[in-house]
Structure formats: structure tokens, C-alpha cells
Design a protein around this ligand. Structure first.
Ligand code: FMN
Length: 198
């Protein structure tokens, strides 16, 4: 392309720019009644939406009604819907809660129900627990390696004691904001890079 053509070429309009944005799913890792993950997911989405750098959406495993892997003939519509949802995402933010020093069975089951739909994408984590859910995320990082998900380093860890009232009402401290934004910046940057190799 010549210099003048480059100078005067049509700039992408707003719609075209919007379609270039990555789709990032904020995946709620818990499904139990009374869970706090929707509060944490909403907080992350509110922060993320203010950035305007990607299309962020809450992805609630519970709504897919996935069976326990291997206990059915695999024809449940939720299995297809789950894979389609993941296939349309370029990156993930996992909302991770610590159950017995690891991730929930529901999240592991959901991870196991897809393969290619996870591959060559980026992920970040926001976790909570008595020690910030750090042990659960360390397990999840190992699983991400097997699923070819590139997990970013920055990892906001929320305390059940200091960021929740009575362990149930989410009142996050402001100190986490920078970490959440740094994690999101990394997910978007890596997610963009990985889009080029898919
Ligand atoms: C089965 C089970 C095991 C748990 N084990 C741990 C644990 O090992 N470490 C921890 O910090 N919290 C543990 N907790 C406390 C959870 O982190 C806390 O209940 C949290 O709110 C769970 O997330 P949820 O409300 O989104 O389900 C456990 C909770 C459950 C239900």
C-alpha cells in the first residue's frame, strides 16, 4: 500500500471496531445453593466493563445443567451449549473458590467436558477462600496447562475474612482493584496474541 493510500484509507467505524474486540467469559466456578460467586463475578464484570477493551460476559456453569461426566449417554443439550459458548470466547476469567484446597467438582467437571474449545486461549483468575483461594488456583493452573490455556501471573486473591462480611456479603477492599485491572490487561493482551495462532 502506497503512502497516500495509507494516509487516506478508511478508518474502521465503531461497529467494525466493536467486532474486533475479544469475547472474554467470566466463569463462575461454583454451583451450590447459597454460593457467593455471582457477587464476585458481578464485581469483576463491573470493573471489566469500565475498561471497554473487550466484550465481557458472565458464564454460569450452573445454567448448562451438565451431567457428571460419564454418567449419561452425552446427549444432554447443555453439553453442546457449553462447548459452543466456550468456542465463542477468546479468553476466560475464572472465579475460583477453594473447596478442600482445590477447585470445585463442578468446575473440574465443566473443564473436562470440553477440549478444543479451551485450546490456545488466555485465562486469568480471581479467587477467594480462607487463604485467598490460592491453593485452588495453583491446581487450576496445572489443568490449564493440559488444556492449552495460557494463564497469566497476576492473580487477585480475596479473603473470606477481610473481603466478605460474615463470609457471605461481598465487600471487597479497594486494594484489589489494581490487581484485577492488571490481570485483565494481561488476559486481553495474551488473548489477542493467541487469536492470531488459532
Ligand atoms: C465442600 C467445601 C470445602 C471447602 N474447603 C475449603 C478450603 O479447603 N479452603 C478454604 O479456604 N475454604 C474452603 N471452603 C469454604 C469456601 O471457600 C466458602 O464456603 C466459599 O464461600 C465457597 O464459595 P461459593 O460460596 O462460591 O460456593 C469450603 C467450602 C465447601 C462447601
Amino acid at each position: 500500500m502506497g503512502f497516500l493510500q495509507k494516509l487516506f484509507r478508511k478508518q474502521p467505524n465503531h461497529e467494525e471496531k466493536a467486532t474486533e474486540k475479544l469475547n472474554i467469559g467470566i466463569i463462575l466456578g461454583s454451583t451450590r445453593q447459597g454460593r457467593v460467586s455471582p457477587q464476585v463475578g458481578k464485581w469483576v464484570k463491573d470493573i471489566a466493563d469500565k475498561r471497554g477493551d473487550a466484550n465481557y460476559e458472565i458464564v454460569d456453569i450452573a445454567t448448562f445443567n451438565l451431567p457428571f461426566l460419564g454418567t449419561s449417554d452425552g446427549t444432554e443439550p447443555g453439553i453442546v451449549a457449553w462447548n459452543e459458548k466456550l468456542a465463542n470466547l477468546d479468553g476466560f476469567v475464572f472465579i475460583v473458590q477453594e473447596y478442600n484446597h482445590s477447585i470445585t467438582g463442578a468446575l473440574k467437571n465443566a473443564l473436562d467436558f470440553a477440549r478444543e474449545a479451551w485450546n490456545d486461549k488466555a485465562a486469568g483468575f480471581v479467587s477467594y477462600g480462607s487463604t485467598g483461594g490460592a491453593r485452588a488456583v495453583e491446581h487450576l493452573r496445572g489443568i490449564c496447562g493440559e488444556l492449552k490455556v495460557a494463564d497469566v501471573r497476576t492473580h487477585p486473591t480475596l479473603s473470606l475474612f477481610l473481603d466478605f462480611e460474615n463470609g457471605t456479603d461481598f465487600k471487597p477492599r479497594d486494594m484489589h482493584l489494581d490487581n484485577v485491572n492488571e490481570m485483565l490487561s494481561d488476559v486481553v493482551a495474551w488473548g489477542s496474541a493467541f487469536k492470531n495462532i488459532r
